[in-house]
Design a protein around this ligand. Structure first.
Ligand code: HEC
Length: 102
């Protein structure tokens, strides 16, 4: 019985040992650009995932962004209205676009 108790104390001890010291969680700042249409993007895109998904794509064409928004609607069943989808595409192209339409 004593052995079991000792074992229990030891294992608890090692548990605490693991969290001793500073635990650093990396902070990844995403640069989110404000501007016309941002609220629409916030309301329609960020309900499912973070802004990182958008920024990680890098600067892209208008067609690319349109297709991404469409993909969210058709593949992932995002409840985005047509008007909002257009506003999102405009916003994405303006702030994360490469200047090319296609
Ligand atoms: C209904 C939930 C939902 C909504 C709303 C949504 N997405 Fe997504 N999105 C997803 C899922 C699921 C993935 C794929 C995640 C993965 O592969 O890990 C994704 C992935 C992405 C990616 C990564 C590239 C890719 O093709 O997978 C981008 C870019 C993206 N979303 C942009 C948007 C934008 C812009 C909006 C708003 C117009 C939006 N999403 C709204 C669910 C959503």
């Amino acid at each position: 019985m004593k052995k079991v108790l000792l074992l229990a104390v030891l294992s608890v001890g090692s548990l605490f040992a693991q969290v001793k010291g500073d635990v650093e969680v990396p902070y990844i700042p995403y640069e989110i650009k404000m501007g016309k249409g941002f609220e629409t993007v916030q309301a329609n895109c960020l309900m499912c995932h973070s802004f990182g998904y958008i920024i990680n794509q890098g600067p892209q064409s208008k067609l690319f962004w349109k297709k991404k928004v469409d993909k969210m609607i058709t593949h992932f069943k995002a409840p985005i209205e047509k008007k909002d989808a257009e506003i999102c595409t405009e916003y994405l192209f303006k702030h994360y676009g490469n200047g090319k339409l296609k």
